[in-house]
Design a protein around this ligand. Structure first.
Ligand SMILES: C[S@@+](CC[C@H](N)C(=O)[O-])C[C@H]1O[C@@H](n2cnc3c(N)ncnc32)[C@H](O)[C@@H]1O
Length: 227
């Protein structure tokens, strides 16, 4: 069965949960690079699984423009609020860190969002993950097809499957002091199988006897220091 997704990037809860788990160590590494933080805000928080990866920060809040996602996070005991990342409903310099994870890819104006994130931040603005699906590295024709279909699927839903490629230019323009890179390929067999299974179901792809073993989507991160 295929899964019908909304234009805004709402994705199934079980995929949000799995993705946050796959990236947990990476989120911790990036947080560690920023030192002590008292407060953080996630823009486009969904059900809040990434918020739960933000350890050692006293206050973590999230906003989302989908009321069902906000309710999902609230019902899970998180500080979630309704709001648009293009007009973040908080005063200037409200949080030490303002971050996003797979959110710019669902918006046509990433620069407007990054400017807003900078406005409400005291110390850092971070993007933990934005994909570059066109650069997917695959070890089988099945997975190459899957990557191509994913790219088309995201585009059809109004998203930008290659949003990661815009991060260097945007951070260069908006932040004097920033770091940028791609998430390294470190995965377990379980994570890889789960990822392929999720993709296959979302895209409604046929069963096969030979899937292949490697689907690596270059995924960019960046964080900038607010002056
Ligand atoms: C792919 S989901 C990612 C959720 C979460 N960040 C994660 O990684 O698990 C993208 C989320 O961003 C939200 N979103 C997209 N554009 C937004 C905007 N302009 N303002 C607030 N939320 C937005 C969607 O409603 C959706 O919940």
């Amino acid at each position: 069965m295929g899964i019908s997704l909304a234009m805004s990037g709402e994705i199934p809860v079980n995929l949000q949960k799995a993705q946050a788990e796959w990236m947990k160590n990476w989120h911790r590494y990036l947080l560690g690079r920023m030192g002590m933080l008292a407060s953080a805000l996630e823009v486009g928080c969904g059900c809040g699984y990434v918020m739960e990866n933000i350890k050692g920060v006293q206050y973590v809040a999230g906003i989302d423009s989908s009321i069902s996602e906000v309710n999902c996070a609230k019902n899970r005991g998180l500080n979630a609020f309704f709001g648009d990342a293009k007009r973040i409903p908080f005063p200037d310099k409200s949080f030490d860190l303002v971050y996003g994870n797979y959110v710019l890819m669902w918006n046509k104006e990433p620069k407007v969002i990054l400017n807003e994130m900078r406005r409400v931040s005291k110390k850092y603005v971070a993007i933990f993950a934005e994909p570059y699906w066109s650069g997917a590295v695959c070890d089988s024709s099945y997975l190459r097809n899957l990557a191509e279909k994913s790219r088309e699927f995201i585009s059809t839903k109004g998203g930008n499957p290659d949003a990661g490629l815009d991060l260097p230019g945007l951070f260069f323009e908006l932040f004097g002091d920033f770091e940028i890179g791609t998430i390294p390929l470190v995965t377990t067999h379980k994570d890889m199988v789960e990822m392929i299974e999720f993709e296959k179901e979302i895209l409604n792809l046929k069963e096969d006897t030979q899937y292949g073993n490697l689907l690596y989507v270059p995924t960019f991160w960046a964080f900038g220091r607010v002056d």
